[in-house]
Design a binder for this molecule. Sequence first.
Ligand code: ATR
Length: 279
Amino acid sequence: MKLLSGLIGYPAKHSLSPWIHERFMAHANIDGSYQIYETQPEDLTDTITGLRNKRLDGFNVTVPFKQEIIPFLDELDEDAERIGAVNTVLNLQGRWKGFNTDGTGYLRSIKNAYPELFSPEKRVLILGAGGAARGIYRALATDVFSNIDIANRTFDKANRLIPLKGQHVTTDSLSFTEAEERLRDYDLIVQTTTVGMNPNAHAQVISLNNMKEDAVVSDIVYQPIETAMLNSAKEKGGKVHYGHGMLLYQAQYAFQKWTGLLVPLEKMHTELEQRLRGF
Ligand code: ATR
């Protein structure tokens, strides 16, 4: 089997995805390539035409095209349609089908790290209501959880996530202040905003002063890997879940869509962590 794959986005040239997918291909003994197609928004149509001509087997889509790609697709997976964003495209004999592997990737990552969280009485708080939050909320809200609250700076955007949930789930949308006041209620706190990302590594979206001692705090930011939020969780005695987990697992799921193969991640998880820590 040969796999022609790649990534479209802007900025994209510093993406870790080529490193990840090349390791997947090596592990699976697949000959292929994963190329970055860095594209300015005004050049999207031209890049897409180029990708069609190159007959790629599949590709990933990142910022700012996760929604813009949709009109160019022939088919959408149900989750991608509901989330309204696509990060993975599969070429099915010339027909392009869009998927969103971010939420499922996040779910696999947190489930692997903290399986004991997956119980209906555990309460979840999601911070943020952007594209990443939509995928994560959809994945968590169609799993075992029955209480998942969302806090966001723009209150209205938090409300717009609620139609993505399963019927068994109750969700309150909160302001950040309300979330800080209620923090003791939560067993899992998922930070999905861009706050704390380099070069603003000192920033933290809410205070964790009131968190439950044994709660898990998960941050999807992975540059830096030790965010201010995770450091603060550790100081409070909480457990942490690093952002590179989601990055790896969403890639694993994308690679599974393209090849049908589920590659193991344990070794790569450590390698990627070392890389992000600068070793
Ligand atoms: P992504 O695809 O990474 O989720 P996004 O869709 O742009 O990116 O969403 C960014 C998220 O970070 C949003 O929840 C955004 O809050 P708003 O909906 O209010 O814009 C949040 N965010 C970004 N900068 C923020 C800041 N300075 N303070 C609080 N939240 C912030």
